[in-house]
Design a protein around this ligand. Structure first.
Ligand code: SAM
Length: 308
């Protein structure tokens, strides 16, 4: 399945691009947003990160059809600052994050992200990383499994699913996605399976754990903000309430006026925050976008700008 970029127009507009903009796309994916950016920055430059080599090889061809003023960096975006510095770049006009996985990653039969098709349990976005969903499912203890299912998957059956996994793997390792789906189904009451697929939340939880998705958000936002020129913006699209909470709280913290001077009639310049929120409430997809692309339903976009 091809990837449809979520909140495309909103993200492009939020980046306030001009011909000369230097932009980082932290999550290149299938190049939808990057393509839109590149088409608008004829005299500027795009640095695009992804840790997935399949996404990179697809997007390289796609971006080459639009322009040549870009560099793709195969890396976790948590190395953003160091990677850009090694290319001589110390400041940029904008950074875009479109977090999570792309539709081709989810739907590709051999990546192990999908609970619809059978494949080895994998779920690594970076195919060279060492820990896959197989390792987690077969080695984490019951408490650890239940914890990630509860916290990352928000599953009310976390304990029971963890118990079933641990029981089953005593007989033989759990090798494939559909073996895991069968175990999950056994652990979830029939009537709870009618509205949504019982494996959805568990697969989401495993994916977040395999890729350390939540751990890298705040440290990378910190790097992204430190790279911004005055007037530059960081735009973040999230798909999970825990991701959004991290972004929201971090942005709130960096725009806060220091308690020491809050309420003073004239706040000295050095105490004023360096950043200002562009979106006080998260931007969400329109009904029309959700109709065309159900993935957009859970998307939230937040934007912050460097003001000094
Ligand atoms: C939702 S997709 C991006 C889609 C893209 N904006 C588009 O319009 O085609 C997210 C992409 O970010 C990548 N990704 C997620 N977390 C990452 C991280 N920590 N470091 C590098 N790439 C990451 C995934 O591999 C995936 O390709």
């Amino acid at each position: 399945m091809r990837h449809i970029s979520v909140l495309f127009n909103e993200a492009i507009e939020a980046l306030k691009l001009d011909e000369h903009s230097v932009i980082v796309d932290a999550t290149l994916g299938y190049g939808g947003h990057s393509g839109g950016i590149l088409a608008r920055i004829k005299e500027g430059f795009l640095f695009a990160f992804d840790q997935d080599s399949e996404a990179i090889s697809f997007s390289t061809n796609h971006l080459n059809e639009i322009g040549t003023n870009f560099t793709i960096i195969k890396s976790n975006f948590c190395h953003m600052k160091e990677k850009l510095e090694s290319l001589g770049v110390s400041s940029v006009d904008g950074v875009l994050f479109d977090l999570g996985v792309s539709s081709p990653q989810l739907d590709d039969d051999h990546r192990g992200f999908s609970f619809h098709t059978d494949s080895r349990l994998d779920m690594r976005m970076d195919q060279s990383s060492l820990i896959s969903a197989y390792d987690i499912v077969n080695t984490y203890d019951k408490k650890e499994l239940a914890h990630i299912f509860k916290i990352y998957g928000e599953s009310e059956f976390a304990n029971n699913i963890a118990k079933h996994i641990v029981e089953t793997r005593k007989i033989k390792p759990i090798e494939t996605t559909l073996e895991l789906v069968d175990i999950i189904k056994m652990a979830v009451p029939m009537k709870m399976r009618l509205h949504k697929h019982p494996a959805r939340q568990i697969f989401q939880a495993l994916r977040i754990e395999v890729n350390h998705e939540l751990d890298v958000i705040e440290p990378t936002l910190e790097q992204a903000l430190s790279l911004l020129k005055v007037g530059g913006r960081v735009v973040v699209i999230t798909f999970h309430s825990l991701e959004d909470r991290i972004v929201k709280n971090y942005f709130k913290r960096v725009v806060k006026i220091d308690d020491k001077v809050k309420g003073l009639p004239n706040i000295p310049e050095e105490y004023l925050p360096n950043f200002s929120l562009v979106t006080s409430k998260a931007i969400v997809a329109s009904d029309e976008e959700i109709l065309n692309n159900p993935r957009a339903r859970s998307a939230k976009m937040r934007v912050i700008e460097r003001i000094k």
